[in-house]
Design a protein around this ligand. Structure first.
Ligand code: BMA
Length: 355
């Protein structure tokens, strides 16, 4: 009898450990969401407004004194076997920074802008040529797509900490599907085809990884947002852990704030109904910024909601118009620092111990 109990206990521990990376990350994110909103930044430690590829740098660290709590990196180009992604960041470097950020107690997210499988053009290229049906089972490009997914899975499985343990990651594929710009978007596939694409991706990658992924669903800002609209492409509760929204400022501050509130109100309802985390998965100001944008435009709205994170898009090294966070030399620097010091906003050091 004792032997059986011992066996069952060991089995339970092993089974729990095997299933725990995703659920541990989920639990951690839930805990964090109760405490505040993590600040995120895309490509944070690999380039900034005035520098690129230098190690140890980060516009956010240099402006606010700490790294963002969450960093996101993009795998676009990995599927083609490239050694650099679509923004010319070497995958080797992405790998290294993911490990670094995990080791410093941060959260890592991965987005993916894969090239168009039908014509080899970028994710935005039109005409897209029915790429989604071509890569699903029964389509001519399904074998090729399987290889793409396997490359993604093997990159994910290569992400290990200093003890050799696989790193849990938030994965956010097939984003902004309700917009018409990507080959997996509204102008190129039906909601049902999209759902199949997401589910297929989830199944195939899940078979190859070790349950270390938290999956994100993030549509783009929509005019006339509603619950139904927000969930039009939703692949289903068993495929999604986090529901997010991508919202950029394209016009006046008040319009952006209105957009955020409208989306957050709907997201709050769907998040609660489906029992999912919610986040502002991409944001930033595409208009000429005023120096207090971070605390006077963005922060007041963030403070009204419970969100897991708010991620600023990249401070592009290759495009002066794409500056979504701040940097020490910018007029927004002082205000950005104030945002990062706000109690509700969580930086790397704030979440480090929240395991
Ligand atoms: C877009 C822009 C592009 C970039 C792409 C992938 O939103 O920032 O310049 O190449 O994301 O990072």
């Amino acid at each position: 009898m004792k032997k059986i109990i011992l066996f069952l206990a060991v089995f339970a521990i092993v089974a729990n450990a095997a299933a725990s990376l995703r659920s541990e990350l989920l639990k951690r994110l839930e805990k964090i969401q109760e405490k505040g909103i993590m600040l995120g930044h895309h490509d944070d430690p690999v380039y900034g407004t005035t520098w690129k590829w230098e190690e140890g740098r980060s516009d956010i660290l240099e402006t606010a004194g700490d790294y963002p709590a969450i960093m996101e990196f993009d795998l676009g180009g990995l599927e083609l076997g490239w050694d650099k992604n679509l923004d010319k960041v070497p995958f080797e470097r992405i790998h290294k920074e993911i490990v670094n950020h995990y080791e410093r107690g941060g959260i890592v997210a991965i987005s993916w802008h894969p090239f168009n499988p039908t014509n080899g053009k970028d994710a935005w290229f039109k005409p897209a040529g029915n790429a989604v049906t071509a890569i699903l089972p029964g389509g001519a490009l399904n074998p090729k797509f399987n290889k793409w997914l396997d490359k993604v899975a093997s990159f994910i499985m290569s992400l290990k900490d200093k003890n050799g343990d696989v790193i849990p990651v938030l994965f956010r594929p097939w984003h902004e599907m309700n917009g018409g710009w990507f080959w997996w978007g509204a102008s190129d596939c039906t909601p049902e085809e999209y759902r199949q694409l997401y589910q297929y991706t989830h199944k195939r990658i899940s078979e190859k990884v070790c349950d270390n992924l938290v999956w994100g669903y993030s549509p783009n800002l929509a005019s006339n947002e509603s619950e139904e609209n927000f969930m039009k492409y939703y692949p289903g509760d068993e495929y999604v852990d986090l529901i997010g929204i991508d919202v950029y400022q394209m016009a006046a501050d008040s319009v952006y704030q209105g957009d955020l509130r409208k989306e957050f109100d709907v997201m709050k309802i769907v998040g609660e109904k489906h029992n999912k985390l919610v986040a502002l998965t991409e944001t930033g100001n595409k208009t000429v910024s005023h120096p207090k944008w971070f605390t006077e435009t963005l922060l007041p709205v963030l403070e009204e909601y419970k969100l897991c994170y708010a991620l600023l898009w990249r401070n592009a090294w290759d495009n002066p118009k794409e500056v979504y966070a701040s940097a020490p030399n910018l007029p927004t620097a002082k205000d950005f620092k104030k945002l990062c010091k706000n109690k509700r906003i969580l930086m790397n050091k704030d979440i480090k111990k929240m395991k």
